[in-house]
Each structure stands twice: as structure tokens, then as C-alpha cells.
Design a protein around this ligand. Structure first.
Ligand code: FAD
Length: 469
């Protein structure tokens, strides 16, 4: 009987343990992608980007003589229906770690097993299963450096090759179409704005990794912190959808380290930050929803999204150059440089004293590399409410940060334009992208700061000093 291969955020054919195991059985395979409630709940850009990735996977499967069957509805109901239609005796999938997916997958596994259907989940989205990394006392890690020390010398499985052939079933079940799903419907800035910045699919991801190792990793230690240069791998977009695996990146990083390339070790450490985020989310799912440090519940966060300064922040119009450049970059490209992510997050949570959840959700709506664990950890780290966080009193100064990380102003001028000059390139692209719902007159006027850097800092520190926790 056939095996249903349930694809989720693992949109690739190589280094795919579930697919490799299914092919090894010699049985026919029915690849499936389901549009369920969790997918419908995604933010605009991640949902649209996922749709592109699913389309690309479908093409890759066709090249192997296979197909991708699309169905919408409750995952368990759809799988059960497909089992009825195809006579499948097994369902294989790659494991997910966020609490909602875990709840869904546990129910699916238990029910299928009760029905006598083989249900198997495989590891691979992470290098280190979160429950396998334990402190000496048997707990989980709350601080990055000891986590890194615990995993850095572990063996990471060599990546698997893509299967040569994927055996088709005698008869294919019906499939819905991606066009009907309209996964880009919520992209009110227009998908065309962001599309040029996307590097889609497994082959593009491998090319990205190759280019990074060939020319960028050597300078990565310095260049990675300068948003005006193209100094990082940009692989987060592909890692987030499983178009490439951390194992593939890890082994490439190990090779670069053996070749003596200076930035390779730092790159490996960054991959482990991603693992650490999943480790935290798995052991404490409240990372996604509540202040990780419970005493922070008492902090006087502004939670009112309608406030003018929150709007100005989202729209990249706070009047603080580094902050606005970052937010405009994200709106136009679906990504934001890590340095800018830290600065915009610090400004929102400290200068504007807004709840980190507001920022986290805006990122979730805008990022094509959105990742539940890294996003939540990044926000709680920036706000000071997370484990291993930057202390609240460490307020990034968005003005002096410019002198350190954007000395030649390449980054802010790319996104805000040159003073006094007509807007061109990406700075103009942002104005073209402004949706009607923002009710804004497109102009090239640059606003005064909504909250001045020094005043904001003072206000935040006072609130922190007077906190009753
Ligand atoms: P590189 O510098 O090339 O690093 C290689 C890989 O290491 C990345 O692709 C990523 O998988 C991992 N990595 C690097 N830095 C981090 C980090 N700080 N935390 C976790 N993993 C890391 N990353 C996301 O992938 N999705 C998010 O939604 C996300 N939201 C963030 C929100 C905030 C407020 C902050 C401060 C950071 C966030 N990050 C997020 C982490 C980081 O900014 C991005 O992973 C990084 O900018 C991606 O660019 P890159 O692929 O070129 O990274």
C-alpha cells in the first residue's frame, strides 16, 4: 500500500529523512500538502512565501515523476480521507516543535495508530532534538553559551542525497490548486514588491549556501554586523521553510572551518542560536505568548496598538533613521538585517515602552524568514523579558549605533534616500509599496522623531527603576 508523505515546513527533496525512509520501502508515495487552520493563521508575508515554496516543491516532485496533492481542512480529517481514497497504510512526516503543531501532530499520530495506520515522524528540522540536550542536573539550558558548549562537538548526521526516483501510485487522488488557495491575498503592499528579494526553493538555497562559503564566510566576523553590506548568508528565508537543512549548513561550515576561513566558527554559532531558540520554545512554550520572566508581567507596557507612535514605528516613520530604515527594509524585502532587528526592537520596547508582542506580531506579518522560535526569542531578548536577555537598562542608542554600524550611512540612505535628493531605488520602492489602508500621502518628507532618542531612554529607565517587581 502507498505511503502518504505529509510535507509541511520541509519543502525539499534532499536531506529529507522521511522521504528517504519512504523511498527505501519500495512502496509508492503520495506527497501531500495540507492547508489547515495553522496555515490560515500565518501572517501575510510568511503565508505568501510558503505558497511560493509549495509551488516550487510541486515542480521538483514532478521532475521526479511524482506530484504534490493539495487539500484543505482539518489535518486529521484530510489525511483520513486520503487514506480512504488511496488505500495508504502509512503516513510519514518531519517533526515540528511549536506547541500548536505538536498538539495537532500528537492527535494525528494517536488516531492513525488506533486505526491501524503506521504514523511516523522524523527528526531533521533541527540538528539537536530539544530533549536530548540536558544540563548536568537534567534540566534544559536557559543561557546560550553553555548550550553551545554542550552541542558544539556533537556529531551531526551527514546530509542525505535526494532520491533518484519517487514511485508514483497507480492512480493519483484529486488535488486542489495553489491558485485557488490565494495565499498571497493579505499582501496589501502587493506581492510584486517583495518578489524580487525572494530566493525560492531548494536549488536557490544551495546556491546561496555555496556563494556564502565561497566569498562571504571569510569576512563574516566583521561584515555580519554592518547592515549596509551584504555580509550574511540570508539563509534564514530557506531554513524557515526547510528548503535547506541546518545539517547541510553545518557541514558546509565545518568544511570552511577546516579550510581556515575565519568566519566559519561564528557561522556555526549562529546556526546554534537557531537551535537554542527551539530548545527554549520546546521546554517553555510560553516564550511565544508571555513574558518569559514572569516578574515582567508587572511592567507598564503600552499594549494599545492604535497609538500614533506604534503606527509610526510599523510604518518606518519614527523619525529615527536606523529604526525607520530597518522597518522599511522589512516592508519592502520581507527581511531585516539582524543589527536593525535589535535596534528596532529596542526602540519599540524601551524608547516607546510598547509590549514586545506588538513588535513580534508585526514581524510575523512581514517577514519572509519568519520563524516562531527565533522571532519570539529575539523579541524577548531585546525587551529584557527573556532568558539570557539583554538587561532592560541596556538601551541601544539608535543614533550612536549609526556611527558604529553604518558609518558611511549606506544603509539608511538606501532606505530613506539621500538628504535633499529625489528618492530612487529602494527608498522609492518603499513609497510605491505603501498600501491604501495606511491612509498616508506618499511624500518624501522625513518626519521629526516621535520620541527623541535621549528622552525615550530616560523615560524607559525611570519606568524600570520604579517598577514594582
Ligand atoms: P546569518 O548571519 O547568515 O546566520 C546564519 C543562520 O543562523 C541564520 O539564517 C539563522 O538561521 C541563524 N541565526 C543567526 N542569528 C540568529 C539569532 N539571533 N537567532 C536565531 N537564529 C539565528 N530569525 C529568523 O530566522 N526568523 C525570525 O523571525 C527572526 N526574528 C527575529 C526578531 C528579532 C527581534 C531579532 C533580534 C532577531 C530575529 N531573528 C530571526 C534572528 C536573526 O535576526 C536572523 O536569523 C538573521 O538576521 C537571518 O539572516 P541570515 O540568514 O543572513 O543570518
Amino acid at each position: 500500500s502507498p505511503i502518504l508523505l505529509w510535507f509541511r515546513r520541509d519543502l525539499r527533496l534532499s536531506d529529507h529523512p522521511a522521504l528517504t525512509a519512504a523511498v527505501k520501502t519500495g512502496r509508492s508515495i503520495v506527497p501531500v500538502f495540507l492547508r489547515d487552520g495553522l496555515l490560515d493563521d500565518l501572517g501575510a508575508a510568511p503565508k505568501w512565501r510558503l505558497g511560493l515554496g509549495v509551488g516550487c516543491l510541486a515542480e521538483a516532485l514532478q521532475d521526479k515523476g511524482s506530484r504534490l496533492i493539495l487539500r484543505s481542512g482539518d489535518a486529521l480529517e484530510q489525511l483520513t480521507q486520503l487514506i480512504d481514497e488511496t488505500g495508504a497504510g502509512a503516513v510519514y512526516w518531519m517533526r515540528a516543535y511549536d506547541p500548536q503543531s505538536v498538539e495537532r501532530d500528537t492527535k494525528v499520530k494517536e488516531t492513525l495508530k488506533e486505526q491501524g495506520v503506521e504514523a511516523r515522524s522524523f527528526a531533521g528540522h533541527l540538528m539537536f532534538e530539544p530533549w536530548t540536550v540536558e544540563t548536568k542536573q537534567g534540566g534544559f539550558y536557559k543561557v546560550y553559551t553553555p548550550f553551545w558548549n554542550a552541542v558544539k562537538t556533537r556529531d551531526v548526521a551527514e546530509p542525505l542525497a535526494a532520491p533518484g526516483e519517487i514511485k508514483a501510485p497507480g492512480r493519483w487522488p484529486d488535488s486542489e490548486t495553489l491558485d485557488d488557495w490565494r495565499l498571497g491575498a493579505a499582501m496589501d503592499r502587493g506581492a510584486d514588491v517583495v518578489r524580487p528579494f525572494v530566493q525560492l526553493g531548494e536549488q536557490a538555497a544551495q546556491a546561496r549556501l555555496g556563494a556564502f562559503m565561497a566569498s562571504k564566510v571569510a569576512d563574516y566576523n566583521d561584515a555580519r554586523d554592518i547592515p549596509g553590506t551584504d555580509g550574511t548568508s540570508c539563509l534564514s528565508e530557506n531554513l524557515s521553510l526547510g528548503e535547506i537543512t541546518p545539517q547541510q549548513c553545518w557541514h558546509a561550515g565545518l568544511r570552511a572551518r577546516e579550510e581556515g576561513k575565519p568566519g566559519a566558527e561564528t557561522f556555526l554559532k549562529e546556526l546554534v542560536w537557531r537551535e537554542f531558540a527551539y530548545h527554549l520554545m520546546w521546554h517553555t512554550p510560553r516564550l511565544l505568548t508571555d513574558n518569559w520572566r514572569e516578574d515582567w508581567e508587572a511592567f507598564p507596557w503600552n499594549e494599545d496598538e492604535r497609538k500614533a507612535e506604534v503606527k509610526a514605528w510599523k510604518q518606518g516613520r519614527t523619525g529615527i533613521q536606523f529604526v525607520d530604515a530597518g522597518l522599511r527594509e522589512m516592508y519592502v524585502t520581507g527581511r531585516m538585517h539582524n543589527r536593525a532587528r535589535m535596534i528596532v526592537a529596542s526602540y519599540l520596547t524601551k524608547h516607546l515602552m510598547c509590549h514586545w508582542k506588538i513588535g513580534m506580531q508585526w514581524f510575523e506579518d512581514c517577514l519572509i524568514d519568519w520563524d516562531p522560535a527565533s522571532n519570539a526569542m529575539g523579541w524577548q531578548w531585546s525587551a529584557g523579558s527573556g532568558p539570557d536577555a539583554t538587561p532592560y537598562f541596556r538601551v541601544f542608542n539608535p543614533v550612536t549605533q549609526l556611527d558604529r554600524f553604518d558609518k558611511d550611512r549606506a544603509y539608511v540612505q538606501r532606505w530613506l534616500g539621500k538628504p535633499g535628493a529625489k528618492l530612487t531605488g529602494d527608498a522609492a520602492r518603499y513609497f510605491d509599496a505603501i498600501p491604501k489602508s495606511w491612509n498616508m500621502e506618499p511624500d518624501d518628507h522625513y518626519p521629526e522623531p516621535v520620541v527623541n532618542a535621549d528622552e525615550g531612554r530616560k523615560r524607559a529607565l525611570e519606568a524600570y527603576e520604579n517598577r514594582d517587581f
